[in-house]
Design a protein around this ligand. Structure first.
Ligand code: ADP
Ligand code: MG
Length: 258
């Protein structure tokens, strides 16, 4: 992964999609203990996601979608089973190594953006880069500017979150998620709080990150329209994943970034 340069025109562009799954879950289970009660949202789950694939994950509330996302993102660890991401067995990493892995390899996009309100858009996007001591100020600035440009907000870097629309805030959050050039993006209902036009812009951006920059994306959504932007949809029910056989759209949802 490039660490000293950021050029979104070249990153991963020439990487062909391989047959080996980028995300591979085998008999993956996750249990939580609430007092003496055990809750098992994920039970012996198998999943393969190819490099550069854009996967939509649907399912009823409480079915374990966020739990699965957090496992794939290295925020939480499996109870049993194996989970490989980019060839790395996440189940074997310590908490500290998992945090390091996440900083380099995974960007997380939240429904409510989670931007720091007292920081500008530029400073919010720069935050993940401050963890990388090999980068000087100028290198960080180039990366932030490239990320702002990619999300169509080059003229908004000096604005604070309160001065941006919801759609713009989410685009800043996406810039923050990609600024360190991770191979994996996970998004938990990224369009859940947006109007249709802003949602379509976010979905187009995610599609572009998958198709042009070969990012592997797992997006949780309740919205069938949003799921159509993905290349595949899976439904999580009773701890298991069920394939949706309905044809997926390959059309752009919108052509402009407002
Ligand atoms: P979804 O995102 O599909 O709505 P979640 O993954 O958030 O579902 O939750 C699945 C189940 O796991 C729920 O029953 C929830 O209460 C439980 N759960 C999730 N996280 C925790 C936790 N940290 N501690 C205890 N139970 C949890
Ligand atoms: Mg959830």
């Amino acid at each position: 992964m490039p660490t000293n340069t950021l050029n979104f025109n070249t990153i991963s562009m020439n990487t062909t999609k391989t047959e080996i799954a980028f995300i591979q879950c085998r008999s993956l289970s996750k249990s939580y203990y609430k007092g003496s009660t055990v809750v098992t949202p994920l039970e012996a789950l198998n999943l393969d996601v190819a490099k550069g694939e854009f996967l939509a994950l649907m399912g009823p509330s409480g079915s374990g979608k966020t739990t699965l996302l957090n496992l794939i993102a290295g925020i939480d660890t499996p109870t049993t089973g194996s989970l490989f991401v980019g060839g790395r067995d996440l189940g074997t990493l310590s908490r500290g190594r998992l945090t390091q892995w996440r900083a380099q390899h995974c960007g997380y996009i939240f429904q409510l953006y989670h931007l720091v309100p007292i920081l500008t858009a530029f400073e919010n996007i720069e935050l993940p880069l401050l963890l990388d001591s090999s980068l000087d100020r100028k290198q960080r600035r180039h990366k932030v500017e490239a990320a702002l440009d990619l999300v169509g907000l080059s003229d908004r870097g000096h604005h604070r979150p309160t001065e941006l629309s919801g759609g713009q805030e989410q685009r800043v959050a996406i810039a923050r998620a990609i600024v360190a050039d991770p191979g994996l993006l996970v998004a938990d209902e990224p369009t859940g709080d947006l109007d249709r036009t802003s949602a379509n812009q976010i979905l187009d951006l995610l599609r572009e990150l998958s198709s042009q920059f070969n990012k592997t994306i797992v997006m949780v959504t309740h919205d069938a329209h949003a799921a159509k932007a993905a290349s595949r949809t899976l439904h999580l029910e009773k701890g298991q994943l069920i394939e949706n056989n309905a044809p997926q759209s390959t059309q752009s949802t919108t052509n402009t970034h407002a």
